[in-house]
Design a protein around this ligand. Structure first.
Ligand SMILES: *Cc1c(COP(=O)(O)O)cnc(C)c1O
Length: 368
């Protein structure tokens, strides 16, 4: 046996042991904290170990090149660049579309504003104009009203950044028509558009819209392979050739140039081929959890469940931390989303058996 076969066997044994443990014993751990928690399937692992690799900083990794080409073609855009994280693809995208002192219009709960450590200010010298949106979805009139006039007092508005699906909005998604209207506005005012598409495929499998239609609406588009798609690492920034050319320079000085990254890119290719359509299963399971939560005495409100995210508000006197502590005592993990809101995210490693168990536990909790 060679090394990779032994490794695969070990993975397989681990799966069997884990499975039996879950089956027989009352202690089943269900982890709904994030869709980033998934581990590569044995098939994905095999694709990774069989990857052809080279030095990607020299542009010589055939698997990275294949992934970048596939993404560019899928979205009908000119080029793409593979990066270690979605934070990096967002940061690079905004950097190549702007100049220091300019302003980015986005949702007040957007990942680029709230969850990237203030990177945009330091990395690119930009400020934000924050909008409320409808669960984080911006509309064309709101955006138009927030484009700064040409006046020396104001920062120059340069980028409209959208997020789809919207994480803080409970995984809701845009309709393409609204995005097209925003695109027209951006053309009229000479603004660039960036999409944080960390979970774009979750939106696409729900709406039935194709990736190419999205490619037409944005200058740069960031796509995470390590969320619902189940790859262990990696995001792709897709865009015009000139922007991606500059992105290679920026990725280098951000420290994101990787060498034999094809082992990781192979997971991304595998995910695009095998894990897109199954996202619907995650949406189904999230919806079942959402339905089970409605009417429970410790739940005040459940946001509509549109994709793989469930956000709900707890009844008045119950804090998210107290609730989550109780829940984890029963083997179910989730994260707080504000002081009395909780988020569940379904994913590739959350199956029907775990769904049943989660609903059983939620219904049996005696909190009040
Ligand atoms: C996860 C996520 C990202 C990227 O996160 P990384 O952990 O840096 O890969 C970007 N935007 C949204 C909305 C996300 O949920």
């Amino acid at each position: 046996m060679n090394g990779s076969v032994i490794f695969l066997k070990a993975c397989h044994i681990y799966e069997i042991v884990n499975f039996n443990f879950g089956k027989k014993d009352a202690v089943m751990i269900v982890d709904l904290r994030s869709d980033t928690l998934t581990k590569p399937t044995p098939e994905m692992m095999e694709a990774m170990m069989n990857a052809s690799v080279g030095d990607d900083v020299f542009g010589e990794d055939p698997t990275v090149n294949e992934l970048e080409k596939k993404c560019a073609e899928l979205f009908d855009m000119e080029d793409a660049i593979y990066c270690p994280s979605g934070t990096m693809t967002n940061q690079i995208g905004l950097n190549v579309l702007s100049q220091p002192y300019e302003e980015v219009i986005c949702y007040e709960g957007a990942h680029i504003y709230r969850y990237e450590g203030g990177g945009v200010a330091g990395n690119s010298g930009l400020s934000f104009r924050l909008l409320k949106g409808n669960r984080g979805r911006l509309n064309v009139d709101d955006i138009k009203a927030n484009i700064n006039p040409d006046d020396i007092h104001f920062p120059k508005t340069s980028v409209i950044a959208l997020e789809n699906t919207v994480n803080k909005g409970g995984g809701c998604h845009y309709q393409l028509d609204e995005i097209r209207r925003i695109r027209e506005l951006s053309m009229e005012y000479g603004l660039k558009m960036h999409l944080d598409g960390a979970r774009l495929f979750n939106a696409l499998v729900e709406t039935g819209e194709g990736p190419a239609a999205y490619g037409k609406c944005f200058d740069t588009l960031s796509l995470c392979l390590s969320k619902g798609l189940g790859a262990p690492v990696g995001s792709v920034l897709i865009g015009k050739a000139k922007h991606i050319k500059q992105a290679r320079r920026v990725r280098k000085f951000f420290g994101g140039g990787m060498r034999q990254a094809g082992y990781l890119a192979a997971a991304g290719l595998y995910a695009l081929d095998h894990h897109v359509n199954r996202l619907k299963e995650d949406h189904y399971r999230a919806n079942e959890i959402g339905k089970a939560l409605i009417g429970l005495n410790f739940v005040d409100e459940v946001l509509p469940v549109d994709t793989n995210i469930v956000i709900f508000r707890l009844a008045d006197d119950l804090t998210a931390n107290d609730f989550l502590q109780e829940l984890s005592g029963h083997g179910v993990k989730a994260v707080p989303f504000g002081s009395n809101e909780v988020r569940f995210v379904t994913h590739l490693d959350f199956n029907d058996e775990m769904l049943e168990r989660t609903i059983e536990i939620l219904k049996s909790l005696k909190i009040k």
